[in-house]
Design a protein around this ligand. Sequence first.
Ligand code: 6R9
Length: 648
Amino acid sequence: MTDINIDALLSEGRTYPPPPEFAAGANAGPGFYDRDPDEFWTEQGRERVSWFTPFETLREWNPPYAKWYLGGTLNACYNCVDRHVEAGNGDRIAFHWEGEPVGDRRDISYADLQREVVRFASTLKQLGVRKGTAVAIYMGMVPELPVAMLACARLGAPHTVVFGGFSADSLSGRMNDMGCEVLITQDESWRRGRPVPLKQTADQALAAAPGVRSCLVVRRTGGEVSMVDGRDVWYHEASADVPDDPASCPCEVMDAEDLLFLMYTSGTTARPKGIVHTTGGYLVGVSTTHHYIFDIKPDTVYWCAADIGWITGHSYIVYGPLCNGTTSVLYEGTPDFPDRDRWWDIVARYGVTVLYTAPTAIRTHMKWGPEYAQRHDLSSLRLLGSVGEPINPEAWIWYRKYIGGDRTPVVDTWWQTETGMVLISPLPGLTTLKPGSATRPLPGIDAAVLDERGNEVPPGAGGYLVLRTPWPAMLRGIFGDPERYEQTYWSKYPGRYFVGDGARVDEDGDFWLLGRIDDVMNVSGHRISTIEVESALVDHPSVAEAAVCGRSDAQTGQAIVAYVTLKGGEEGSPTRLAELREHVAGKIGKLAMPANIVFTPELPKTRSGKIMRRLLRDVAENRSLGDTTTLADPAVVEEIRSRATAEA
Ligand code: 6R9
């Protein structure tokens, strides 16, 4: 037993075979998994993307460095925009854009998108942006954000999008690391009816980023901002006389392996890593997975309710869907503005057929209760997706029942910033779903679960997830830091990509993700994953959300502390506490019973909705808090600390 690194405790037996009507017309049909992977990726490379020069070699693998579609040249913007217009689909809607203020909305066709991108690219050109110029983008969810990204791609200028909620320090750090020369931002963005001063924060960042010579400012709210002469330019002024016909600003010819963008991932304490994504493999990878996993059809209305500043937004709001010519919803605001039914109003109004969101959002809706969804007709939905964290089986069931009308498949898609594209996911017309399982690796993805010594663990046992062969959208490195790249991902098991997540594979070959390895708790020698205890808590009918972590304990090494949010605003009581401990004991065993439970209305989360267990450990150990800059709402930890102290 000592070879097994994580004890897998929770068992979940419910299954959902694909609905027959879905299976009959699905993009991924019978035989999909039997394809030869090289043949599959060669075919996808040819069919899904238009090349200026066709690629000669599918892949080159010099561990830990991979190249894909060698010899091919292309342009990501051409693939996402121009070719759809050329093919006669200019009238098709690219984005139903929904602003946060009610009634502020705009439909943008592919032809509109092309005009806007051309105008934006020409304006950037006037500011001296050329092939290879690094550009930072710091914006909210306005149409100009994807437009700016595509304009960069058109010119061959690599971008880095910094999430609009990040601080001036995060922004300047990223701009300096990438060597950005231009920053694109907006005056302010809307958040719950209040303006967020993006330009003001950008000004602070610019003061610490001397390499940035121009700042292009899009007007959104019309709020006051200060403009620095010679550096800052209003987009609406600079673009006023710029032509918008595509011939005036052609797409740059890019090599398949040219840099498309960097996406910074914040480590826990260390400097953020600039994850490198190149053009060809990335575009094929994201468009292929988008097509098959979300079963995209010409009449699909697709909504990925993530932020573009997160990798999910890059791959599955911008590059994947647009490459596939999809009609998407793009929403600027929060789910509870002006009321908690805003999302469902949007789904009903646009007739959304595919909705892709994160477990954290689903648990928030669970906490609010199903009545908000029940106010609207959600019958257009045919498929639901989840990403970002392991999804608790009860949240999965709730999502399917109240949002999917007890009919729709739910695809739990596992991937990372580094993988660029989804790697483990059900295919809705083929896979028998299990709530809480991301099911199977996609064709050509060689995932395995290893013990400490590098041996595959037997079915049912937990261990470390690795990837043994490269995939098209794989990161090409950490920008400017090859040593860190090799150290972080390739040193634990040489030649294999170390994911950093725990996982187990069941008897059917289905994968169950167990969360980040750093979060695994050690109670009396048992290595317990946080997600299993959390899912056992969420299984209780009164619990909406739970986060657990370990704190040191003289007797057991570590003891489990749980932070629990109850449904419908319930406060919690000693009776409830005892009941929840018993519930966990009954569900997975006494050894996983939380030693303490702290009831709290909110949990500390990153901007992309991941629970920050590291901060909960700091609270549980009564330590000063580590880096809190990526928190969505810093006040939450203080609230939890006061509740935890009150209880102690
Ligand atoms: C896309 C994205 C990556 C980490 C990853 C894992 C967790 C994402 C998941 C999931 C279980 C899923 N994660 N999807 N865990 N099931 N379906 O989230 O990228 O922000 O880089 O995070 O998120 O721990 O390693 P990123």
